[in-house]
Write a protein that binds this ligand. Structure first.
Ligand SMILES: [Zn+2]
Length: 211
């Protein structure tokens, strides 16, 4: 059962409740460890650049979702809600939540990268042109970010925001997500694994391989 526990723009958000329920049921079939009962908390910020939605796995029982009330293309919004639900549910399946952290930067990168690869693969997410789009960056650039990740265990939230979301000093977005997706994709092609079967043991295996 999904329970909706907070609204920002109630009338707008309520119309998507049946969609969110449907998407959560779908993702639970792919990730059977997900709990049946989960709470959805609509939040006011966190809309992703280039999208109408944003999400946050707040705790093992709560997914926060931001919806842009100015969204006009509701079909596009629905497909982005699906991608967001899939991404955040993937985090919950890996016990990667606001309440279960903090995590080392390399774990952040691999958890975000794998959730991103998952939403692209199973929810046809436009993340592939946004935070999952590492292909527009050179290998040396990606390796530079990887070295930053390896050299820094836990960084302040202000630094994290620059590295994960948007660095205005070089106008590059999502370095952490892109590096993570790059590492996860390499691992999947090397092992032949499907992203839906990617576990925290795989995270450990990748980390070990980087040392
Ligand atoms: Zn995430």
């Amino acid at each position: 059962m999904l329970k909706f526990i907070n609204y920002i723009n109630k009338d707008f958000e309520q119309q998507f409740e049946p969609d969110i329920k449907k998407y959560y049921q779908e993702v639970r079939k792919l990730l059977p460890t997900l709990p049946k009962d989960i709470k959805i908390y609509f939040m006011s910020d966190g809309i992703i650049h280039g999208m109408y939605t944003g999400g946050y796995a707040y705790s093992p029982e709560i997914i926060s979702i931001a919806l842009d009330p100015k969204a006009t293309n509701l079909d596009m919004l629905r497909s982005q809600i699906k991608a967001t639900v899939f991404h955040e549910a993937f985090h919950i399946a890996h016990n990667y939540t606001g309440q279960t952290g903090p995590f080392y930067l390399i774990e952040n990168a691999l958890q975000e990268g794998s959730a991103t690869v998952f939403e692209i693969m199973y929810a046809n997410s436009i993340a592939k042109d946004l935070y999952g789009d590492y292909r527009h960056h050179s290998k040396s650039q990606l390796n530079e970010w990887l070295n930053f990740i390896k050299d820094n265990g836990v960084i302040s939230y202000d630094e994290y925001r620059l590295f994960a979301f948007y660095d205005k000093s070089d106008d590059i977005r999502w370095k952490l997500y892109k590096t993570g997706a790059w590492l996860v994709d390499q691992y999947l092609s090397k092992t032949g694994k499907d992203i839906k079967d990617f576990t925290n043991d795989d995270v450990v295996t990748i980390i070990d391989s980087l040392n």
